[in-house]
Design a protein around this ligand. Structure first.
Ligand SMILES: Nc1ncnc2c1ncn2[C@@H]1O[C@H](COP(=O)(O)OP(=O)(O)OP(=O)(O)O)[C@@H](O)[C@H]1O
Length: 350
């Protein structure tokens, strides 16, 4: 399960403003990919374009042999059923209980009976660790719970593709760890293709199979996690290591004076590539690869200390790494999903 998405030469403009130009990448079926980029580079616009909410100005989006950008409204509606989308704030209806929020797509898009709906809603709420919270209103629960309720709603139509916009925004590091673990466990269970937009470097270093970076109106790089984490390409290196030295400035690109002022400054060594987060129950995901496989296959020597721990390995430069054990703790008063009874999870905290 899970389908491949092939993006070819995608360009998006709003009036005279080009958001990104000529984006080409393939999201492999069933794998987890993360899209990074400085604020305003169009990551959310990219998600909305993939799901057909925005129309690109050029290029194609191929899913199961169909180009989404050329579909008529009716066919697009059908293809959209392949997608589950989790927006930043969970996008819940404030006046509805969590149960009714999660049931909403089923009542809108299917002819299922209320008892069938009930089974599905309770199953998905359990999957994200929200059992028992069915009657709560969104305003009565924490941000982390709202995100998980949004996730349950994104899952009710059994999506082949899950698009997730900044799941960690507003979450503390422990809850970010829980939601990261939830993604890994969910990916193993439902086998969907995941695309996550995030700013969180520690999550980016430990969760996905693939990483992409949007920068300066184009896709700077997209590929396997180890490829980007070992990359010496200045923009990728600066962004993935959260450093101030490099071509990216406060207002996206540094000017010539700013770059000249940096000349001669030595870049800190690349930090070790951490181990990728594993499923709670130890069963490998379909997209999982042995640590170091990409580096070996491509003749790349990973930075010293790579693959020795889950530590993100970042020191200084604005991001702190560190392995932390989250033992038997409860997030938002509910167990993390998909891992009933898993009292011993590892996560990376920032
Ligand atoms: N519907 C729209 N009409 C016009 N401009 C838009 C529209 N939606 C987004 N934009 C513009 O597109 C650019 C990219 O926005 P987007 O929200 O995708 O960035 P982002 O990379 O997700 O940012 P952040 O990391 O801060 O969330 C911004 O300049 C924004 O103002």
């Amino acid at each position: 399960m899970g389908v491949e998405i092939r993006v070819e030469g995608l360009t998006k403009r709003f009036g005279s403003q080009t958001i990104w130009n000529d984006v080409t990448l393939t999201l492999p079926a069933g794998e987890i990919s993360v899209m990074l980029g400085p604020s305003g580079t169009g990551k959310s616009v990219f998600l909305k374009t993939l799901v057909g909410l925005l129309k690109p100005d050029a290029g194609s989006i191929w899913i199961e042999g169909r180009d989404l950008t050329r579909l008529r409204e009716h066919d697009l509606y059908e293809v959209r059923k392949l997608f589950g989308v989790l927006f930043q704030d969970g996008a819940l209806f404030g006046s509805m209980t969590l149960y009714d929020n999660v049931a909403f797509p089923l009542r809108e898009h299917t002819k299922k009976s209320e008892s069938e709906i009930r089974n599905i809603v309770l199953e998905k709420m359990e999957l994200v660790g929200l059992q028992g919270a069915e009657n709560k209103l969104p305003g009565e629960i924490s941000g982390g719970m709202r995100k998980r309720a949004g996730l349950a709603r994104a899952l009710v139509l059994d999506p082949e593709i899950l698009l997730i916009d900044e799941p960690d925004s507003g979450l503390d590091p422990v809850r970010t760890s829980y939601i990261n673990q939830l993604f890994i466990d969910l990916n193993a269970q439902i086998d969907a293709t995941f695309l996550i937009v995030t700013h969180d470097i520690n999550s980016t270093r430990t969760v996905p199979d693939n990483i992409g970076l949007l920068y300066h109106k184009h896709l700077a790089m997209f590929g396997p996690r180890e490829m980007l984490l070992s990359s010496e390409e200045p923009v990728v290196r600066q962004f993935l290591n959260a450093q101030t030295i490099g071509p990216i400035g406060m207002s996206e690109e540094k000017d010539a004076d700013e770059l000249a002022a940096e000349s001669g400054q030595e870049l800190p060594p690349l930090p070790p590539i951490p181990l990728q987060l594993k499923t709670s129950n130890g069963v490998p995901r379909r997209g999982e690869r042995p640590p170091g496989e990409w580096c070996r296959a491509n003749g790349v020597t990973p930075p010293p200390g790579s693959f020795e721990s889950h530590t993100a390995g970042l020191t200084g430069g604005g991001a702190q790494g560190g392995a932390a054990r989250v033992a038997g703790a409860e997030a938002d008063g509910a167990t993390a999903a998909g891992a009933p009874g898993s009292a011993d999870r590892e996560g990376v905290l920032s």
